[in-house]
Structure formats: structure tokens, C-alpha cells
Write a protein of this length. Structure first.
Length: 431
């Protein structure tokens, strides 16, 4: 999120410096998402050694292995919640550490995991768990399709979480479940503590989400958030004492002498997010709006290309270009659907321009996730040929922005107080 790096939640590039913590700069986008700015040669995977899990890292765990029973108790609670919605099937956990959650899930699911730490992954393999280092498309394809993806306190550690989510979206069944836990940067405690917030721990934590920014971010990658809450947790007593002593001193003493046990705790600064995989081709916006596709078509924020494929098959369509700011999504789209008049390009959406022009442009649930929607609307209008149509599904409050630039409503496909799906037509007279 430096000048050259767009925000992963809204594509803006005007993040402002916020703090310096542990020698690392923290910047915050106007949308509210904050991140750690890393030097180009920094390797976050170097953090997750045995010391990180066993008390040798100031911001790590006191004794992860020795807290196994306490952690399992909390994982069983999470698993019980998941099984009320998904009783069984295939489950993958990213950031599975020593595999405690996978072991608890094994009686109900066919499980596999991903763990970047060589030390922790070796411990998993010694127990016979199916765990690899990277969530590669090949690994996910060979174990999926999945019914559940679990990411417990791991999203904030990832250098490129958008790429991972695109891979997971491709590997999940339609309607599959995503469960994420992460800190809440918008919480009262975070705002009160500032740079001294307990989860402000760069370089292990790279992203600082709020309820709004995590919802926005997941939606960009094909997940609809169903529920966000701030649950009580049963936390190992050793971890509570170890993290508290980070500020008070005496971490090594705490690590050695605090007895086993767990403590119910809720500072309301950690959230659990339950989301569902959304299949774009099932969207009413595509099913109804596709009848207005003609000639050369642009599908904006195409994702994995399913919607673009629907558009290509419409009578009167000569070609379809799908664009997306996610390189991983475009790679998946090319692999699955490219050819026969359907092509895909990786582009930043707000930098979009096309000199040749399009006869129809589709912007389905895109504008609300852009930091400057008016700029994007202007770019899209410039890319429309005279007489062309823009099919847009967007919040109703954005209607005046379309009308401001010589667009007229040709058809109202779906209109509610909050949201509208409209067919806008550009004047047939050249500007």
C-alpha cells in the first residue's frame, strides 16, 4: 500500500503513514485497511521457526505444543459451530500449525492442511496428517473440491491473501463455507491502544482488518460474508501471561513457570467471520443482464471468468474481454475458459482504458468496492462506443454519478431502495 501498491480492499493507492512499530512502518488506506510495509527483500516465512511456537519470539507463543489440550478445547468449539452448517465433507485448514484442529476435525471431515513453518509441518507429517507448505492450485485441485476452508488467525500473516482466496474460491464447492478469525482493527481496544494494541505486531501481522474492510475484501474474491461476531475464547493461560508480559517484562520467567490451564477471555478486538462462496454465474444480474450483451463486450472484475463465459454465449456477441485486478483469478480464467472469442487480461480496474471501444460493458457488484467509483465510471464511459450500453449492478446511491456523464437509463432490471441493476446507454452521438 505504498504509492506503487494498490489497497487489496478498494484499489486506492493513497495510503497514509500511521505508525512505526518494531521498526516497520504501518500505513492505512482511506477505506480503513492498514498494513505493514515490508522491504522488498523481506521473507516473512523466516519468522515461523520453532522459536515462534515455543517461547523464543517476543510476539509469538509461549508454548504452543504444551498448550495442546487447551487449544483443542477451543478448536472443538469452533468445529461444533461449523458442523451446524456443514456436517461433513472435505476440509482444508490454512495455517494449521501442529495440526490440532485437523485432528479434531478428522472424525467428521476428510482433512488436509497448509503450513508454511517447516518445523510445524514436520510435526504434522510425523502424525500422519496430510499437510503441505503451499496452497498451490495443484494441491487444492487434488484434494478438493472442498466443503469447508478454515483460516484461524492466519489471514493477517499472508503476504498475498488475495491470491490465496482466489485459489480457494476455485477449489470450493458452490456454497462452500469459509471460516476466518482475525483481529478487528476497528475495535474500541485497537483505537484506544494505537501502536500498542496487542495485535499490532509487525512483521508477523501484515494486515489489519475491520469488519467493513474484511467484508469488502472477501467480496472482491467471491465470498459473501454471512456473519461476523466477536466470540469469547478459551485461551491458554500461558499465552495470556506471555503476551501480557510483552509489555511488563519477564517473558522468559512467565514461559517457564505459568501452569497449564485455560482462561475465558473476550476483549472484543478479535472477530470470527463466516462467509459463503458465491458463484457469479448464478447471479440474477448476469442471467437477466446478459440479454443486453452485444458486439464487443467487457466484463469488469471478471473473477474466475464464469460470468464472461455466460456473456460469450449470447447471440450477437462477437467477443468478450474479462479483466480483473487479481492476477491469480485471471490465470484461473484463462486456464478454464479462454478461447473462442473469450479472452482475459490482468489490469488494475481504475487504470482501465481501451481505445477500440466496447459495445457493451458489464460491471456486476464492482463499483462499491472501488475507492473512487466516479473515476471508474468515467473510464468505462470513455471505453463505450456511441450507442453502447453499460449494465451495472451497484448501490442505488451511485445513480447520480452515471446520470452526470450523458448516460440514460434504457432498462431497469432490478431496483430496490438499496441496490439497482440498470442498463445505461451512451448517447449515439459521438462526444
Amino acid at each position: 500500500m505504498t504509492k506503487a501498491s494498490a489497497c487489496i480492499a478498494c484499489d486506492r493507492t493513497d495510503a497514509a503513514p500511521l505508525y512505526e512499530v518494531n521498526g516497520f512502518a504501518i500505513a492505512r488506506c482511506p477505506c480503513g485497511l492498514a498494513r505493514t510495509l515490508l522491504p522488498a527483500d523481506f521473507d516473512p516465512s523466516s519468522i515461523y521457526t520453532q522459536d515462534y511456537f515455543q517461547g523464543g519470539h517476543r510476539d509469538g507463543y509461549a508454548n504452543y505444543l504444551g498448550s495442546g489440550e487447551e487449544l483443542r478445547h477451543e478448536f472443538r468449539r469452533i468445529l461444533e459451530s461449523i458442523r451446524t452448517r456443514v456436517p461433513g465433507g472435505n476440509l482444508v485448514e490454512l495455517g494449521c500449525a501442529y495440526g490440532f484442529f485437523l485432528e479434531e476435525a478428522a472424525p467428521y471431515f476428510k482433512t488436509c492442511g497448509v503450513e508454511i513453518s517447516d518445523h510445524a509441518r514436520t510435526a504434522c507429517l510425523a502424525k500422519g496428517l496430510d499437510v503441505v507448505r503451499d496452497a498451490s492450485p495443484e494441491f487444492l485441485d487434488s484434494r478438493g473440491p472442498f466443503d469447508v476452508v478454515v483460516m484461524l488467525d492466519v489471514l493477517e500473516h499472508m503476504q498475498d491473501p488475495g491470491t490465496v482466496l482466489d485459489r480457494l474460491h476455485a477449489a470450493l464447492r458452490p456454497g462452500g463455507e469459509l471460516v476466518v478469525t482475525t483481529g478487528d482493527f476497528g475495535s474500541m481496544l485497537s483505537r484506544a491502544m494505537g501502536r500498542r494494541w496487542r495485535l499490532m505486531t509487525p512483521p508477523q501481522h501484515l494486515w489489519f482488518f475491520s469488519v467493513d474492510t474484511v467484508t469488502r475484501f472477501l467480496a472482491r474474491h467471491g465470498f459473501r460474508v454471512r456473519r461476523v461476531d466477536h466470540p469469547w475464547k478459551l485461551v491458554p493461560l500461558a499465552l495470556v501471561a506471555y503476551q501480557a508480559s510483552r509489555y511488563l517484562g519477564g517473558q522468559d520467567v512467565v514461559r517457564r513457570f505459568v501452569p497449564p490451564g485455560r482462561l475465558p477471555i473476550n476483549l472484543f478486538d478479535a472477530m470470527r467471520v463466516e462467509a459463503v462462496r458465491v458463484d457469479r454465474t448464478a447471479s440474477m444480474d448476469y442471467r437477466v443482464g446478459s440479454q443486453h450483451a452485444r458486439g464487443r463486450v467487457l466484463d469488469l472484475a471478471t473473477g474466475d471468468g464464469r460470468g464472461a463465459r455466460v456473456l460469450r454465449d449470447r447471440p450477437g456477441v462477437t467477443s468478450v474481454l474479462g479483466v480483473d485486478s487479481s492476477a491469480e483469478a485471471i490465470a484461473i480464467a484463462k486456464l478454464r475458459f479462454a478461447g473462442g472469442g473469450l479472452s482475459f487480461e490482468h489490469r488494475e480496474l481504475t487504470e482501465f482504458h481501451d481505445a477500440d471501444g466496447f459495445d457493451s460493458i458489464f460491471s456486476i457488484s464492482t463499483l462499491e468496492y472501488i475507492g473512487d467509483p466516479e473515476l471508474l465510471i468515467v473510464r468505462l464511459i470513455a471505453a463505450l462506443r456511441p450507442g453502447g450500453v453499460l449494465v451495472a449492478s451497484a448501490p442505488a446511491k451511485l445513480r447520480p454519478l452515471f446520470a452526470r456523464y450523458r448516460l440514460e437509463v434504457a432498462h431497469e432490471l432490478e431496483v430496490t431502495a438499496e441496490r439497482e441493476t440498470l442498463v445505461w446507454q451512451r448517447s449515439a452521438r459521438p462526444s
